[in-house]
Design a protein. Structure first.
Length: 300
């Protein structure tokens, strides 16, 4: 049994242990309490719910889980300090002691819930990534068939622009598409835009794309709410050295110099969500890299 199987098995046992202790019932109570608190404003806590089912949204949600867990650990620490002080001085206050016991139990279950949700989230991310990789293989092969017979100089010029934009997307930096890049983007679109056309999978009936298509290329159902909770979650992710791409405030900027550049970019990228843009340029990078590999050998 490999390491991944061992890890998965451990997570399964841990998840079932939480379920045995009634974590699903506790989660229902927590959500009902949230619904009651927001009965007048019809809003939701950003740290309790996924913004969308896209890979980036699910991965960044771990920041909120971390934030929730830290808050409950701090609250739990106060309860422990209370019992330590009252134990040292031999003081007993029945009502307060009962209240602290209830608070202790609530915090323990809240911490367990964050861990349980993390395990479920991790499994969901793995499924989404596997689905994305399967989709990428098919897209790369289709695009490769279209571009593999083109000239080396043309492919290399387009590859350099693709590589620049892709690095910006993965590193969360700013990328400026200049006026001279518009023609290159149009050349790329000529071969690739039908491969990335929105809802194109429905016409083809590709088995690998149907079940989790909306989860991989999803437009957020609601805009990102940047408040103190989001900022604190992002700060905790940096303190605990989470991967930058999973930070709740991760973003990249694609800036077009002219309207012509913008039109060329939008011809290629029809869905502007982060997961879609990342998927498109990962496929482009893979296909162009494969097409250039044999040509580079002949150039040496």
């Amino acid at each position: 049994m490999n390491e991944k199987s061992n890890t998965t098995g451990t997570y399964t046992v841990e998840r079932r242990l939480y379920e045995f202790f009634g974590i699903l019932f506790f989660r229902k109570l927590a959500l009902r309490l949230e619904s009651f608190r927001h009965r007048n404003d019809n809003s939701r806590n950003v740290n309790y719910h996924l913004r969308s089912s896209g890979i980036s949204s699910v991965k960044s949600f771990t920041g909120y889980l971390l934030y929730n867990a830290v808050c409950h650990v701090i609250s739990l620490a106060f309860v422990v300090v209370y019992f330590a002080i009252t134990g040292i001085f031999g003081a007993r206050y029945i009502v307060l002691d009962i209240s602290m016991c209830v608070l202790l139990l609530i915090n323990l279950y809240c911490i367990m819930l964050q861990r349980y949700t993390y395990i479920k989230t991790r499994g969901f991310v793995e499924k989404l990534v596997n689905t994305k990789n399967k989709r990428m293989v098919g897209r790369i092969e289709r695009l490769l068939q279209k571009i593999e017979h083109r000239e080396y100089s043309e492919l290399q010029k387009e590859f350099l622009l693709i590589e620049k934009i892709r690095e910006s997307i993965h590193n969360g930096t700013e990328c400026v598409i200049k006026e001279c890049d518009a023609a290159i983007l149009r050349d790329i679109s000529k071969y690739a835009k039908d491969i990335f056309a929105v809802n194109n999978h429905k016409k083809r009936g590709d088995d690998n794309e149907i079940s989790l298509e909306t989860a991989v290329l999803s437009i957020p159902k609601q805009p990102m709410v940047i408040n103190k909770v989001t900022r604190r979650a992002a700060k905790l992710q940096r303190i605990f050295r989470f991967d930058n791409s999973s930070n709740v405030l991760f973003e990249f900027s694609i800036i077009t110099e002219t309207g012509d550049c913008e039109n060329a970019y939008r011809t290629l990228v029809q869905d502007m969500s982060r997961d879609s843009v990342e998927f498109i340029f990962d496929v482009l990078f893979g296909a162009y890299n494969k097409a250039l590999l044999p040509l580079r050998r002949t150039q040496i």
